[in-house]
Design a protein around this ligand. Structure first.
Ligand SMILES: [Fe+2]
Ligand SMILES: [Fe+2]
Length: 486
């Protein structure tokens, strides 16, 4: 012991009592090697933490430089108090971004501002605006108020019009284009345009072999967390389970995306603790870190949070907190990103890779409940329909109140400004997929059995399934890790 103290003193390092205690427990040489810094006079616990973080970051960078993972968009918290003007600039940014997409339509080339257009009479005009209000008239027509940066106008959609069905699906606060005839300051709509994603985007394929796997909603800590199924999944990834065909497939997996609700969390809803097996949030993440740490190191893990994770609820949710989920953050093959986030994978010198838009999906319930076509299409059980609806609106939560969001200065991070190759979500606890204009929509399963809350809400989860994509062919397979199957 004296030797150790002496060696620190030689380096002009004084030890705080808590470090002194630590040294007693830890390996001496480790500590000396890690904290050999002549400039540090008093080594405190905080300093030790800081130095550790730097070291881990350095190691991670070095370790991951050959991985084909690029984080394109990941949002951290914006500091500073929000004022009304920030709220306005957030909405202006949304309006302008989506307006620019809509202006590519030939029918909307001659769009006027509402204050100018409203003065015309018996003329055909077009507007681009945000839906301010929407109601059904006594005659069964739709009367919608549209707002742009200059003013508001009512547009009427007669129920015998071709665009009536489309108008029925319009939701508050979405940005649309509309053309029609102006008469007495009211627009009689002929056509409605949503921004949508283009038909022409080719189905991109990689010439290099590789698979991406997608899961979400693990809910570690819940007493209905399907631990055995999750363990089977990890064994399968590590080629310890399944026949040769399975092993061949698993061996090609290079990326594992986890789309939020990593743990069940604490205090997410009243009496949640009755449904918890692990009641401490740090322990929940530690347990998950234990599992993730078992996964083959050559698989890159790309992880975003969800509404059950220990973060603010407002979107974008920043990446997982390094202090709470320390053991996950320390895993060398882990990339932590925000919810939503845009990540590019599998690129090479002559291939620009695949853009994967990750969004946990908190807004989805609102649209299932409030959009007629989604309700009739049973989107609750077919969540890819909701994802498609959001892609078409080019926004992850178009209606104010469909999710909680943070306003960002001059930017609305929930706008889908870049068309992704993959749009992946969780939250609905049901696996589903759909090719929509060559964007692959994926909704993930979960590793949690039906909870009493889900029972009450009429949700029908299908747990323990992983979705795989062959990046060479874009073929999708789903593998069931539930007990009954084995
Ligand atoms: Fe969940
Ligand atoms: Fe969730």
């Amino acid at each position: 012991m004296n030797e150790v103290i002496k060696s620190f003193m030689d380096r002009k390092i004084l030890l705080s009592p808590e470090i002194f205690e630590k040294i007693k427990e830890d390996s001496y040489s480790d500590i000396i090697e890690k904290y050999d810094d002549k400039n540090i006079l008093v080594l405190t616990n905080e300093l030790l933490e800081e130095k550790n973080k730097e070291k881990i970051l350095e190691l991670k960078e070095e370790y991951n430089k050959d991985r084909k993972v690029r984080i394109i968009k990941s949002y951290e918290e914006e500091s500073g108090k929000r004022e009304v003007k920030d709220f306005v600039s957030h909405f202006k940014s949304r309006y302008n971004k989506i307006k620019n997409i809509l202006l590519n339509r030939t029918d909307l080339q001659n769009t006027l501002s509402i204050t100018r257009g409203i003065e015309k009479n018996n003329e055909n005009v077009s507007f681009i605006g945000i839906i301010y209000n929407k109601l059904i008239t006594k005659n069964g027509d739709l009367s919608i108020i549209l707002e742009d940066l200059t003013g508001k106008i009512i547009f009427l959609v007669k129920r015998d019009k071709e665009c009536f069905n489309m108008a029925k699906d319009l939701v508050l606060d979405e940005v649309i284009g509309v053309t029609g005839l102006i008469r007495n300051k009211v627009l009689y709509a002929n056509n409605i345009f949503i921004p949508d994603i283009p038909y022409t985007k080719e189905l991109k394929k990689s010439s290099e072999e590789g698979y991406a796997a997608f899961i979400s909603d693990i809910h570690v800590g819940s007493n209905v967390f399907l631990e055995d199924d999750f363990e089977r999944f990890i064994k399968w990834l590590n080629l310890e389970l399944g026949d040769e065909k399975h092993k061949e497939k698993a061996s090609k997996i290079k990326y594992l995306f986890i789309i939020g609700d990593l743990v069940d969390g604490i205090g997410i809803y009243p009496d949640q603790d009755l449904g918890l097996k692990i009641k401490d949030i740090n322990e929940q993440y530690e347990k998950l870190a234990y599992y993730l740490g078992k996964i083959r190191n050559d698989i890159s893990l790309i992880i975003c949070p969800g509404n059950h994770d220990a973060l603010r609820l407002s979107e974008p949710q920043p990446s997982l907190d390094k202090n709470i989920a320390k053991k996950i953050w320390e895993l060398p093959n882990v990339f932590l990103v925000s919810n939503p986030a845009l990540v590019n994978i599998h690129f090479s010198e002559d291939f620009d890779g695949f853009d994967v838009l990750m969004y946990h999906g908190s807004s989805m319930h609102y649209f299932v409940d409030n959009v007629e076509s989604l309700r009739l299409g049973n989107a609750k059980d077919n969540p890819s329909l909701v994802s498609k609806f959001l892609l078409q609106r080019r926004h992850l939560a178009p209606t104010h109140g469909s999710s909680i969001y943070a306003t960002y200065k001059d930017n609305d991070p929930l706008v889908i400004d870049k068309v992704p190759d993959f749009f992946v979500s969780g939250e609905m606890h049901r696996p589903d997929e759909l090719n929509y204009n060559n964007t692959t929509i994926i909704n993930c399963s979960c590793f949690q059995a039906k909870t009493p809350y889900e029972e009450k809400m009429g949700n029908n989860p299908i747990p323990s399934i992983a979705t795989l994509v062959d990046l060479k062919t874009r073929n999708i397979t789903k593998i069931d890790f539930s007990e009954n199957d084995k």
